[in-house]
Design a protein around this ligand. Structure first.
Ligand code: GDP
Ligand code: MG
Length: 312
């Protein structure tokens, strides 16, 4: 499946929810009025865009409508798509050039960290890079086993310690192994227990110290994983994590299972964080580097992908 089809496929539910609501508003008015703008703003909020961002989009639309002397509400569709594309553009590429580079993956339990790491490992391996994983979510034995399964699936190496061991020590050993085995990319899982903020902060601080000491000049990304199905709650979660970690980007998972894709807009517009990857399924190749223009386009265009196409 081509990248546009995959994107379109992952956004199917968001298109059926948010986009459909927007199109209903566009179709319900003969001309652009204040009521039209109010209804549009409501449709955006219902689509999990968030109040502030919905207001920002409508304000920008008013400007562009006036500038281009648009009268027909249907013509506003392309403008809205452009506004969204501009809003979410920038910073989406991973800044990993040094060898090795390191990615720390953080986020609360169940959002899809381990799965995303497995998908990332497979993606980088496919690009010819040597990847090593560190099982630094030592809180539960199952978490370590699960990452091992993904390491096998992706065909990459893994460093692990026993359940309950010090996560920073796992990171230390993973970096050491990564350096001695000439790895390009080191990816570490973490436990991310947000309900104990002091503990999480201390744990992350300790991990940073290890990275700082062992890889002072290496490029690093701190990828916060958020579950799109939680909508605006994912945004509050991100705010909490931004208080304890220098988040460099977001991996937004489970877009395939939700109509709440509008949350992408809030993340970029309100948190000023770039979405770098989107998860569109549970399989190893169900991770897409985020492409803002493609995303905005796919929101408003049915790419006609069906399950039959998927099996091709
Ligand atoms: P963690 O606790 O943050 O490490 O989360 P896991 O990686 O264990 O994932 C939790 C659940 O979410 C698993 O059942 C995954 O299969 C599922 N999951 C992760 N990413 C996606 C995605 O993009 N789409 C769907 N549909 N499910 C996902
Ligand atoms: Mg996990």
């Amino acid at each position: 499946m081509g990248i546009f089809k995959k994107f379109g496929f992952g956004l199917k539910k968001t298109r059926e929810g948010m986009t459909q609501r927007i199109e209903d508003v566009l179709g319900a008015y003969e001309e652009i009025t204040d009521d039209f703008y109010d209804d549009l703003e409501e449709a955006l909020i219902m689509g999990d865009v968030g109040m502030q961002t919905a207001g920002d989009i409508v304000a920008e639309l008013k400007k562009r409508v006036a500038k281009n002397e648009v009268r027909n509400p249907k013509h506003a569709k392309m403008i809205i798509s452009d506004i969204i594309a501009d809003m979410i553009d920038g910073g989406e590429d991973m800044g990993l050039i040094t060898i090795p580079s390191i990615i720390l993956v953080i986020g609360v339990n169940g959002v899809g960290k381990t799965t995303t790491i497995g998908k990332l490992a497979a993606m980088y391996k496919k690009q010819g890079k040597k990847v090593i994983l560190g099982a630094a979510d030592t809180f539960r034995a199952a978490a370590i086993e699960q990452l091992e399964v993904w390491a096998d699936r992706a065909g990459v190496e893994l460093v692990k310690h026993k359940e309950g061991s010090d996560p920073a020590a796992v990171v230390y050993d993973t970096i050491s192994a990564g350096i001695s085995r000439d790895c390009d990319i080191i990816i570490c899982d973490t436990a991310g227990r947000l309900h104990n903020k002091k503990y999480l902060m201390d744990e992350l601080k300790k991990i940073y110290k290890v990275v700082e000491k062992q890889l002072p000049y290496a490029d690093r990304e701190i990828l916060l994983v958020l579950d799109a199905t939680t909508g605006q709650n994912a945004v509050s979660q991100a705010k909490e994590f931004m208080n304890v970690a220098e988040v460099t980007g977001i991996a937004l998972t489970k877009l395939d299972g939700t109509a709440r894709g509008g949350v992408v807009l809030t993340i970029k517009n309100e948190l000023k964080l770039p979405v770098k990857f989107i998860g569109v399924g549970e399989q190893i190749d169900d991770l897409q580097p985020f492409k803002p223009k493609l995303f905005a386009k796919a929101l408003f265009e049915d790419t006609g992908v069906t399950f039959a196409d998927e099996e091709d």
